[in-house]
Design a protein around this ligand. Structure first.
Ligand code: FAD
Length: 292
């Protein structure tokens, strides 16, 4: 791929992606860029489209599994230099896609705005959370979204309504677009009560997470009516391992990559789990983790 002169300073080649993913494994990106502003995102997307190069957007890397072969395309990181501003106007809060979700939650709570506090403790960026319609405690992020601004495949900017973004259980219609910022419609609430609720949720969420394990992912979507944790415990898959990759024995909704783990091992483990769940219960366990 030939990048035009004005983009060359942004492009890195064969950039290792493992250090940028929570699982800490996987090969490099053929091309990698950390744009500083919207115009650069638009230019990168347009040039890649013209040259037939696949584009992937990277947020905080907490929901990706990168294969050993890496990504033969352009990875655009929006968690770096740009787009982490948070602006509050009355009950609306607009957040750059690269802002950490935890920052947005804390900021909204501090301003006495309710609607995001249940998402406390979910790692990653606001962009990643909105694209995957992250959820916790039975409520998703999409329910608080007013509009989403994206760069389309042809490089143009579009502001989509909540309906157009198509939020459903851990899914949206935003795949393939680069989310630049998100506006939330929140409710005025008492700051002290909100803060207390957020702190309680934070403590209870941390208590059910293997905190001693830094390389971790939450691979599966909770199937209808049952948390993945319960399902995996019921079918006896807690602690199951494949090479250096395992489901946590206490909290099997988490997959842990120990030293020496590979993406192949992760994929084999995921396949075995899905097969076993299907055999024993007939449930088709869906993946939350995005395989790159
Ligand atoms: C310990 C742990 C706990 C978790 N708990 C929860 C939980 O309770 N609930 C839950 O829903 N999830 C949970 N997750 C999963 C994960 O944290 C969320 O899915 C998170 O929202 C992903 O955000 P990210 O920025 O890290 O996305 P990434 O991992 O960087 O990317 C994930 C996907 O989103 C896309 N993407 C990211 N940013 C953008 C953007 N700006 N524009 C377009 N596409 C983009 C990527 O291309 C990729 O397909 C957990 C993960 C871990 C490791």
């Amino acid at each position: 791929m030939d990048f035009p002169e004005d983009l060359m300073h942004l492009i890195r080649t064969d950039e290792p992606l493992g250090p940028l993913a929570w699982l800490g494994i996987g090969g490099p990106a053929r091309f990698f860029a950390e744009p500083m502003n919207t115009t650069e995102v638009q230019r990168l997307v347009t040039v890649a489209q013209e040259q037939g190069v696949a584009v992937r957007i990277l947020g905080g890397g907490s929901n990706i599994l990168v294969r050993e072969a890496g990504v033969n395309g352009l990875v655009i990181s929006l968690a770096g230099a740009m787009s982490n501003e948070i602006v509050i106007e009355e009950t609306k809060m607009t957040v750059g896609a690269g802002a950490k979700l935890s920052h947005a939650v804390i900021k909204s709570v501090g301003a006495g705005l309710g609607g995001l506090e249940h998402l406390v403790g979910i790692p990653g960026t606001v962009g990643g959370a909105v694209v995957g319609n992250a959820s916790a405690g039975g409520r998703d992020i999409g329910s608080a979204v007013s509009t989403v601004t994206v760069v389309e495949k042809n490089g143009s900017i579009r502001t989509m309504t909540q309906q157009e973004a198509g939020f459903s259980h851990r899914k949206t219609s935003l795949g393939g677009l680069a989310v630049l910022d998100v506006t939330f419609q929140l409710d005025t609430r008492d700051v002290a009560a909100l803060t207390k609720r957020m702190q309680k949720l934070w403590i209870s969420r941390n208590a059910v997470r293997p905190t001693e394990e830094p390389r971790i992912a939450m691979p599966f979507v909770d199937p209808d009516g049952m948390p993945a944790k319960e399902l995996l415990q019921t079918v006896g898959l807690a602690g199951i391992s494949e090479g250096e990759v395992a489901l946590d024995s206490q909290h099997p909704q988490f997959m842990i990559a120990r030293s020496g783990a590979t993406s192949e091992q992760c994929l084999r483990l995921i396949e075995r789990v899905r097969e076993q769940v299907s055999l024993q219960t007939g449930i088709d366990l869906q993946l939350n983790l995005q395989i790159w």
